[in-house]
Design a protein around this ligand. Structure first.
Ligand code: 13P
Length: 250
């Protein structure tokens, strides 16, 4: 069962419109011959339209960093899925640990956001991952499986197979402390088994599971050797065209 790898750059709260457009323009020639990986960049909201325009005609896709579940209304500070598709957004990072930890996002909210995105034709990249405390207690597989089950609630198996899950252990984000390849594989495999138990083997075989947390050009090749790792969600190293291109061109 060959799953096409997907590597996404989460720019987080970095890059103005000008800087984002410059970064994607720098990236285009470096990755233009790469047809083995789905390449996604996720700029901040203000830069989405500009980056989307700048990447036209290339093999780069654009993702947002969040979306609200309602179509419109009194939800100050939020953006709806239709507003994103209008400017060419095809993916959306959801439930990132920074959203959960700093902005109080819940498993229920992540599920609602994922369903709204999917219904609008946007592929959710649903993040999960445990804190250092949970890792040290040895409860990380249960924690991640619970987050995944909650996020996928209400999806049909034929929808689940089109989703992307990103396993990002919180202790490995921005710390330079990458999970070992075995640690990444162990959890990604457990996520696939969780999907298989709830949605059947076909959904489990087709859903793509990324690893995220201090991914660098030096670590991507070995990471991608892991049978249950189908790509990466890259933070810091996605802010430099050269580094990100080396990662996607692994
Ligand atoms: P870093 O690659 O900077 O550790 O960030 C990972 C991440 O949170 C991507 O969403």
């Amino acid at each position: 069962m060959a799953r096409k790898p997907i590597i996404a750059g989460n720019w987080k709260m970095n890059n103005t419109i000008a800087a984002g457009v410059e970064l994607v323009k720098e990236l285009i020639p470096l990755v233009k011959d790469n047809d083995k990986v789905d390449i996604v960049v996720c700029p901040t909201s203000t830069a989405l339209a500009g980056v989307s325009e700048a990447k036209k005609g290339s093999n780069i896709h654009v993702g947002a960093q969040n979306v609200h579940w309602e179509k419109s209304g009194a939800f100050t500070g939020e953006i709806s899925a239709d507003m994103l598709t209008e400017i060419g957004v095809e993916y959306c990072v959801l439930g990132h640990s920074e959203r959960r930890d700093y902005f109080g996002e819940t498993d229920e909210g992540v599920n609602k956001r994922a369903r709204a995105a999917f219904a609008a034709g946007i592929t959710p990249i649903i993040c999960c991952g445990e804190s250092l405390e949970i890792r040290e207690k040895g409860a990380y597989l249960e924690k991640v499986a619970y987050q995944v089950k909650m996020a996928l609630d209400g999806f049909k198996p034929e929808e689940v197979e089109k989703l992307v899950i990103a396993y990002e252990p919180i202790w490995a984000i921005g710390t330079g402390k990458t999970a070992t390849f075995d640690q990444a594989e162990e959890v990604c495999k457990h996520i696939r088994e969780t999907v298989a138990a709830a949605y059947g083997q076909k959904a489990a075989d087709e859903i793509r599971i990324q690893y995220g947390g201090s991914v660098k050009p030096a670590t991507i090749k070995d990471l991608m050797q892991q049978p249950n790792v189908d790509g990466a969600l890259v933070g810091g190293a996605s802010l430099k065209a050269k580094d990100f291109s080396e990662i996607v061109n692994f």
